[in-house]
Design a protein around this ligand. Structure first.
Ligand code: NAI
Length: 246
């Protein structure tokens, strides 16, 4: 009951994996949400005894309240929620179907709202509670071929500010990390097939290299911690300068 508790969605790969592993390392009990039971168990085994698997498809909104109730019942508290799970789809604007658009919004935005509401109900009134959302460069400037993704991530930033204001009286801080181009399976899929896009990424990144998942984990863990106790409603780019690059 004395151990701080965190939940990381999409914690079995990429940025979520690095973040969950870091939270375990610094002493949180960390519930790692993944869709695939075997992969989620394996990730938790790698992270050590502080990691707990939660098999949940976040698009199944009706299953979210029960999952959060089970975590709160077992851990006795929830201190941190990291809304990391997300999907992308690279397709020309004219080719995107309504179903495509809806599926991205459903995962990247609707499920973030639903899980945040359930977790906030548990967190309310407990000092030190914090939610960290994950946005993207797609919310900082116009990126072609990712219309639904851009819409979802821009909405995440607006929702971060609205949540920060409404949840502050409940002692819950809400912030957002906007990763630049970070080496993960998602960026490999998006960039390896498109060398022109890849060279453009490097051209406008002043630090001249892609980030590592650990760079995002460090920023998320800071925003979640008491060291950030007076920070709420911010969007922190962790991007090697990509969002301000010429
Ligand atoms: P990834 O594809 O490696 O990981 C995403 C995770 O979310 C996967 O584990 C996946 O299984 C999980 N997930 C997806 N839908 C889910 C669902 N319905 N229920 C449960 N889990 C689900 O991607 P990556 O790169 O680690 O991305 C993580 C977050 O960071 C995403 O929100 C992404 O939009 C964001 N991001 C990533 C950037 C990058 O450079 N890698 C840049 C900007 C933002």
């Amino acid at each position: 009951m004395n151990q701080k508790t965190a939940i990381v969605t999409g914690g079995t790969s990429g940025l979520g994996y690095a973040t969950a592993r870091k939270l375990c390392e610094v002493g949180y009990r960390c519930y790692v949400v993944g869709r695939n039971a075997e992969k989620t168990q394996k990730s938790c085994a790698e992270m050590g005894p502080n990691a707990r698997p939660v098999v949940l498809d976040l698009t199944q909104l009706d299953q979210i309240p029960g999952a959060i109730e089970a975590i709160a019942g077992e851990a006795g508290r929830i201190d941190v929620l990291v809304n990391n799970a997300g999907i992308n789809m690279k397709k020309g604007f004219l080719e995107v179907t309504d179903a495509d658009f809806h599926s991205i919004i459903h995962t990247n935005l609707q499920s973030v709202f639903s899980i945040s509401r359930e977790v906030a109900r548990v967190m309310q009134g407990h000092a030190g509670a914090s939610i960290v959302n994950i946005s993207s460069m797609a919310a900082q400037y116009g990126l072609p071929y990712v219309i639904a993704y851009s819409a979802s991530k821009t909405a995440i930033e607006g929702m971060t500010r609205a949540m920060a204001v409404e949840l502050a009286p409940m002692k819950i801080r809400v912030n957002c990390v906007a990763p630049g181009f970070i080496k993960t399976p998602m960026t490999a899929r998006a960039l390896d097939s498109d060398p022109a896009r890849k060279s453009r990424v490097f051209a406008r990144t002043p630090m001249g290299e892609m980030g590592l998942p650990e760079d995002i984990a460090d920023a998320v863990v800071f925003l979640a911690s008491d060291q950030a106790r007076y920070i709420t409603g911010v969007v922190l780019p962790v991007d090697g300068g990509n969002s301000i690059g010429f």
